[in-house]
Design a protein around this ligand. Sequence first.
Ligand code: ADP
Length: 505
Amino acid sequence: MTARLDLPSLLELTLRSAVEIVRGQVGLIVLRGRDGVMRVQASYGLPERLVRFFQPLWADLPGVGSDELEGIVSRWHIPDLQMRLGMVAAAAGLALSQVVALPLVIEGELIGVVYVFRTRGSAFSAGDRALLAAFADQAAIAVRNAELYQRVIEEQQALSAMIENSAEGVMILDASGRIEVFNRALSRITGWEATEAIGRHATEVLVLRDRQGQPMSLPEPPRQRTSAAESRAYVEGDVERRVGPPLTVGVTATPLYGEQGDLVREIYNVVDITRFRQAEELKSTFVSVVSHELKTPVALIKGYAETLRREDADWDRHTIRESLDVIAEEADHLTHLIDSLLEASRIQAGGLKLQPTDVHLPRLAAKVVDAFRTQTGIHTFDLDFPEDFPPVWGDPERLQEVLSNLVSNAVKYSPKGGMVWVGGRVDQGGVTVYVADQGIGIPPEEQGRIFDRFHRIETGLHRGTEGTGLGLYLVKAIVEAHGGRVWVESAPDRGSIFMFNLPVR
Ligand code: ADP
């Protein structure tokens, strides 16, 4: 009996043995559940439907620590047992004449009761009781063991489910570094199925590289327990995946030590930190771009102001006028920069609000082009919109910003001058507007990224131009807020065409 760990079959065996030992005909086992309530767990010689009538036998068994429990445990005395049997027998319609109750006690705690009934014959004797008493201790131990075992299994199942469903990648290694457990999230991260990964060496499955693409080793906790408080190890790297681009992950290794203090298992948690890394990079780009772009106008403003302020000089009206012009221009430049930054952060927070009305794009384009004509002597502008170009439903200020950014880029990125074309055509369901130049062009691999926040091309002829990388980001956000799309066609050294379409109401 004590070797059995499966609770239902153990209870059945216990009950049958108890009934046979004292030559009864019917038996029941009730056990106290984790909630403290006694419930029937096994019956013998009794149809299932009659079991509920026996409830009064244990309905008010005393709880832990009461004097009454003392009596039950030490003297086997359950008050009014024989009288209660009379009630039960009558209610169930059974001819039960005798009952003996066998308390199952572990360390002074009543964990259950075994009842044996006789339908005929004499009352249970003192000898019967003594026989059962010897049996009871063994039975109680066996039941407790089986209960504990069952609890361990349940906890293990809960733990497995937790690991399996964790949003973090988790794997558990044995002392030799082979994988024992490999959860679903880690399958997603690495592309390895658990069935393939288990049994392999961890270094085969989780392959990390640093930012330069050099292989990195996995974090390794100490092989022996140390007195140091922190035995976990952590690294960050790019994980190789079977399909798809690498992900940036943070890997924590936590050791489990045995009684001798030696490593028996390692638990690895793998978290996808790609987005954190990107956000971090963006933040540092932001700081360097902004400080660089702010410095130039501020330096100019300060330089001119200091010159004008000199006590020992007597400036003529013309010089004063020119200096003040530069100061005003640079202040405008700063205002524009700050506006773009605010706008970008507003878009980032999802708050781009349009104030739409009917907008006549050809007129808007003419206004923008006129402003740029006065600023450059080496570019020639061409405007080409059809007569019947329909008005679009949009925010005129924002759309002017779109055109202005595109024309500004066309000028800025054709340093040798040339034509700048601005025009539009009517399509099905909308209009398409283009801004084309004969400038330095954009390499194909960059064309997908130039609309990203702060993205600037840092190679070839693009190097050395001033800018924040916010212009096209704003263009894209504004066009998309209008329900349109923006794209580019370009070849290095040949020029670029930026196009966007907008729906017509
Ligand atoms: P910025 O001009 O401030 O750098 P943008 O977001 O306006 O930022 O443009 C992003 C990048 O795209 C620029 O750095 C530039 O390299 C490239 N680019 C934009 N417009 C053009 C163009 N018309 N011709 C060539 N390159 C361009």
